[in-house]
Design a binder for this molecule. Structure first.
Ligand SMILES: Cc1cc2nc3c(=O)[nH]c(=O)nc-3n(C[C@H](O)[C@H](O)[C@H](O)COP(=O)(O)OP(=O)(O)OC[C@H]3O[C@@H](n4cnc5c(N)ncnc54)[C@H](O)[C@@H]3O)c2cc1C
Length: 292
């Protein structure tokens, strides 16, 4: 199928892109890597009046070290290709492990970090990493700049907290604290498919080897990527080990709201969630203090 006719704009700066976006309002759509949007256009599931292509905006392609709220991290321009993110991801082991699950190299050569976050697919890897680590997204509009923490960014399926006149310009992710281990696991029908279920864990121990902080999030099990908050809380202050991990894995699975589809039913997804969280906790624990 071919897309419905649209006006094409290819601004060279963010300011020009914001002007174009303001011109078309709800009828304008940002084009980033096109790896999600173009199929939607071709199937006519999206029929915007205008496409505003960000690909000429060189200022939106960068990777840099930056602190945010006192935490060290990496900042990515929204148009940074997923391949470039992958090349710079080593300081954040969760990101490094997760990104190789995103489609195939051809997809990652075009797809962008901003596009993946803004598309907000509940089974996508980058939104899950963003949520697990509580990153921050910066949006620009003609009226200024807004920074939204990942915990508030995903509103519903494929619905991020991005207004029609806003462009995501920057995605920030924190570096792990000392004594932190991270792990990303996923079950998909084939490598490169969206996850049936994915689990992401970041575990930080205190100097005595007890669990100081745990971040656990799941993809494919709710309308948005979801944190397993009760499971995280259940681990704090405990010695890492099978009993603690088993309890947390079951709490995480209990918190899911999976739906069934032709690929897997809800019960299967819940079982897989428990198994993946358990394994991800074990792996993250094994990696504490081990250089990525
Ligand atoms: C065969 C195939 C397999 C795939 N497998 C996976 C997979 O396993 N896991 C996975 O996570 N993804 C997968 N993808 C999707 C891929 O990761 C996309 O790159 C990603 O979902 C969207 O990024 P994009 O840059 O291509 O955005 P686009 O497709 O250009 O845009 C996606 C949406 O985000 C909006 N948008 C984009 N950038 C911005 C911005 N800066 N500000 C505001 N709104 C913006 C667009 O308007 C659009 O609504 C797959 C794609 C294909 C074609």
């Amino acid at each position: 199928m071919k897309p419905a006719p649209f006006v094409y704009r290819d601004p060279a700066t963010v300011a020009e892109a914001l002007e174009a976006l303001a011109e078309y309002g709800d009828e304008g759509k940002i084009l980033a890597g096109g790896q999600s949007l173009v199929p939607l256009l071709n199937m006519r599931l999206a029929q915007p009046q205008a496409l505003i292509d960000l690909n000429r905006i060189a200022d939106l392609q960068y990777v840099e070290e930056r602190s945010h709220n006192g935490a060290a991290g990496l900042a990515f321009g929204a148009m940074t290709r997923q391949t470039a993110v992958e090349e710079h991801a080593e300081p954040i082991p969760l990101l490094h492990e997760a990104i190789s699950w995103v489609g195939h190299p051809q997809i990652r050569n075009r797809g962008t970090i901003g596009g993946s976050i803004a598309h907000a697919d509940p089974a996508a890897e980058l939104p899950l990493v963003f949520l697990t680590l509580n990153g921050a997204a910066t949006m620009q509009s003609r009226s200024g700049e807004r920074v939204v923490p990942a915990e508030e960014f995903f509103l519903f399926t494929c619905t991020p907290d991005v207004e029609p006149d806003e462009i995501v310009t920057d995605v920030w992710l924190p570096l792990p604290l000392p004594r932190t281990g991270q792990a990303f696991l996923e079950v998909a029908r084939r490598h490169g498919d969206f996850a049936l279920v994915a689990a992401a864990v970041s575990l930080t121990l205190d100097p005595n080897g007890m669990i100081a902080d745990a971040r656990i999030a799941l993809g494919g099990t709710a309308p948005t990527p979801m944190r397993a908050v009760r499971a995280e809380a259940s681990l704090k202050g405990l010695a890492p080990g099978e009993d603690a991990f088993d309890e947390a894995a079951h709490q995480a699975a209990d918190a899911t709201e999976p739906t069934g589809d032709i690929h897997a039913d809800a019960e299967y997804r819940r079982d897989v969630a428990a198994a993946l969280v358990h394994r991800a906790l074990q792996t993250a624990h094994e990696r504490v203090g081990v250089a990525a």
